[in-house]
Design a protein around this ligand. Structure first.
Ligand SMILES: C[S@@+](CC[C@H](N)C(=O)[O-])C[C@H]1O[C@@H](n2cnc3c(N)ncnc32)[C@H](O)[C@@H]1O
Length: 254
């Protein structure tokens, strides 16, 4: 499945919102939706819904799967700054590609991230950044091995791996069970995937499934152990209508 020898082969692409992303030859996929735009996708599918749903919390732990170009982490910081939120934030982000992180100090980010240049440089070099209200840790390695070792409960999970087709082991029922072990009763998972098999994997682990329509982007999914005031997806009805629908399992790919 993985073509590790292609890991360093990446192409720079311009997305619809004018921001840049990469195309991975290893996973044969872009790091962001080129149609939605890298910054807009991050803001509309992950950051805005997660922060609106967790707006009462002053301390947040975020699991950012996986760091990639860091758009989700950096857009989170941008959102907090823009809305003048006073939040103590701890971001934990697994990432397998150390070479990519080293290269980020030279990546052409949107101007919105200029104010975070020192954070990008620190992360690129040391995989770590800390100041009074913010800690960011990039954990290098396979997310499947890293996640069970995380000893913190998380408030938000940005589930932003390459697609189930290209990186299925980061979307299985067993993978979501490891995420569930880190969840609180009101954790919010955001993901761009609307695939039934992904939703089934979340549902089978006790998450409720909701549909989100962000501004100017395609629909996405929110999952939470809690019932939210969002468009509820009735997974029992989905199962009745399509008895063959099932989650991905690790054993399908090993
Ligand atoms: C779609 S990109 C993430 C984009 C990122 N969220 C952003 O906003 O820039 C997927 C990332 O997953 C990483 N990755 C792939 N398989 C992984 C694994 N098993 N464990 C950890 N990271 C992995 C890739 O190197 C890539 O950086």
């Amino acid at each position: 499945m993985y073509k590790e020898e292609l890991r360093d082969k990446k192409e720079l692409i311009l997305t619809e919102d004018g921001t840049k992303t990469l195309f991975s030859c290893e996973f044969n996929e872009a790091y962001h939706s080129t149609k939605d735009g890298a910054l807009v996708e991050s803001l509309e599918k992950h950051i805005k819904p997660a922060f609106l749903l967790q707006k009462d919390k002053k301390d947040l732990v975020i699991l950012d799967i996986c760091f990639g170009l860091g758009y989700n982490t950096l857009t989170t910081l941008y959102y907090i700054k823009k809305h003048n939120l006073s939040i103590n934030l701890h971001i934990i982000s697994p990432e397998i590609d150390r070479g990519l992180i080293s290269s980020l100090k030279d990546f052409e980010y949107p101007k919105e991230f200029n104010q975070f240049r020192n954070i990008i440089n620190d992360l690129s070099k040391n995989l770590y950044y800390k100041d009074k209200n913010l800690t960011v840790e990039i954990l290098i390695g396979d997310a499947r091995a890293i996640i069970p070792k995380i000893d913190k409960k998380v408030d938000i999970v940005y589930q932003d791996a390459f697609s189930p087709k290209q990186n299925p082991l980061l979307w299985t029922k067993e993978y979501f069970a490891d995420i569930k072990a880190l969840s609180k009763s009101n954790t919010i998972i955001t993901t761009y995937s609307v695939a039934s098999s992904v939703r089934m994997g979340l549902y089978e682990n006790g998450y409720n499934i909701f549909l989100v329509d962000g501004k100017g982007v395609r629909s996405s999914t929110i999952a939470s152990p809690k019932i939210l005031d969002l468009k509820y997806i009735d997974m029992e009805l989905k199962k009745a209508r399509n008895p063959k629908a099932r989650s991905f399992r690790d054993s399908d790919f090993n």
